[in-house]
Design a protein around this ligand. Structure first.
Ligand code: DOR
Length: 451
């Protein structure tokens, strides 16, 4: 824990919202930012404790627009506490929790209950997404207005699409008056027809039923037309295909009110990961194939799709990176590929995963940080995601070049479902501060707490 007045010394401060990228000191007190200096101070200001950030990047805490915290109802997979601990470890100081809980978050009473419990149990900020339809059944709208009054930041039946076009039309109609986005799980189920991975040669070789990439684009095309019809606000979650990207790009050019996100796994892992050899294509199918930790919805896609979503992130068609952190218990994954639950545990590996794009020279570090901070803050319409004077001292210290090996066993999340176990990645979150309080400190395990 730091004292009231603190200076983070000598880091490379990257604050995209203010266009800042320089070596400087960051001063905060009482949980709020006081100043980013022009250059490192010659002496430590009186009464300040010091966090040494030499050689590190200092940036605003990350904002995740798409997280599954599983609380209430599935607390053996994750809780408000464990999920936000995982978030803090991953550099996230704000997470937006999806409503596919039990009971589902489809009315003001449950929203208020989760907000109250998050204030008690969560170690970073939790914002809530309300369901679009009652019970997430897709039939009738949930009370969107009362959930908006209770504080939700958008609406989604994530995990399930709103299949009825007229219900989606109504939801989008309300979204513009409420000023909150509809985040429709983009999947045309009549095309999926039991597919458990991406349709293509990997699925064929493994003998698994595939779902075509166009199942996503078909739903996005409908939603964009309905957004045009209603003037509604659409946020497209986990964009994963080249065709989806083209639709979003064209819709933005038409002036449709649409934003989009992509996950770390859809940016970096192809469907070849289902072979269970960390993306390598084997000559002979190995016993590690059918890795259920690669089963996710939307499914991991082809190389061509990955290249398209990367290009769309770089050119701004895709606005933000969001994790779709989907923790599942061993019992949901130690089974056949067909039976396994969809979802990848992402919060603790997200930064290192997307740093691959920076190391490859595909995106700049400041732009990557913008997609994790200022851009999601703009979508939320909130004064977070920046180190501007007076804002909450939500800060990450990053070590972009350090290599580390993912160990699912060491996750602070309650679940371990990552296909990256044992994989070495480059880029680590050294520390996370939420409202000026240290909530994650990678150095604590080896070199004592930050001070
Ligand atoms: O893979 C997924 N898992 N995709 C979703 O849309 C839902 C999520 C979950 O809740 O497990």
């Amino acid at each position: 824990m730091t004292s009231n007045r603190t200076v983070i010394r000598n880091g490379r401060v990257i604050d995209p919202a203010q266009g800042i990228d320089r070596v400087a000191d960051v001063l905060f007190s009482n949980g709020r930012i006081d100043e980013i200096t022009g250059a490192p101070l010659a002496t430590i200001p009186e009464g300040h404790s010091v966090i040494d950030a030499s050689g590190l990047v200092v940036a605003p805490g990350f904002i995740d627009l798409h997280t599954h915290l599983r609380d209430p109802g599935y607390e053996w997979k994750e809780t408000l506490e464990s999920g936000t601990r995982a978030a803090a470890r991953g550099g996230f100081t704000t997470v937006c929790a999806m409503p596919n809980t039990d009971p589902c978050q489809d009315n003001a009473a449950i929203i208020e209950d989760v907000i109250r419990r998050a204030e008690r149990d969560a170690i970073v900020r939790v914002l809530l997404i309300g369901a679009i339809t009652r019970g997430r059944h897709g039939k009738t709208l949930a009370p969107m207005g009362e959930m908006a009054d209770a504080g939700v930041i958008g609406f989604s039946d994530d995990g399930d699409p709103v299949e009825d076009s007229n219900v989606m039309r109504q939801a989008l109609g309300y979204s513009s008056s409420l000023g909150l986005p509809i985040i429709n799980h983009a999947e045309e189920r009549s095309l999926v027809r039991g597919g458990v991975m991406n349709e293509g040669h990997v699925a064929t070789r493994l003998g698994l039923p595939g779902a075509p990439a166009s199942a996503e684009a078909v739903m996005i095309a409908r939603d964009l037309e309905l957004a045009a019809l209603t003037g509604g606000k659409l946020h497209v979650p986990h964009v994963s295909t080249a065709a989806s990207v083209e639709l979003v790009r064209a819709a933005k050019a038409r002036g449709i009110d649409v934003t989009a996100e992509v996950t770390p796994h859809h940016l970096t892992l192809s469907d070849a990961w289902v072979y269970g050899m960390h993306g390598e294509v084997p000559d002979v199918i190995s016993p590690t194939a059918y890795d259920t930790n690669t089963k996710v919805n939307p499914p991991l896609r082809s190389r061509a799709d990955i290249e398209a979503v990367i290009a769309a992130l770089v050119d701004g068609t895709i606005d933000v990176i969001a994790t779709d952190h989907a923790p599942h218990a061993a019992t949901d994954k130690v089974c056949t590929f067909n039976e396994a639950a969809h979802g990848i545990n992402v919060l603790e590996t997200a930064f290192a995963q997307v740093m691959q794009l920076v190391h490859a020279g595909t995106i700049s570090l400041p732009d990557l940080i913008a997609r994790l901070t200022s851009r999601p803050a703009e979508i939320l319409g909130k004064q977070t995601g920046s180190l501007v004077k007076g804002s909450a001292a939500d800060i990450v210290l990053l070590d972009p070049g350090v290599a580390w090996t993912v160990s699912a066993q060491d996750f602070v999340s309650l679940s371990r479902n990552t296909p990256l176990d044992g994989v070495t990645l480059k880029g680590r979150v050294s520390a996370t501060l939420f409202g000026g309080r240290v909530v994650w400190d990678a150095r604590a395990t080896t070199a004592g707490v930050l001070s």
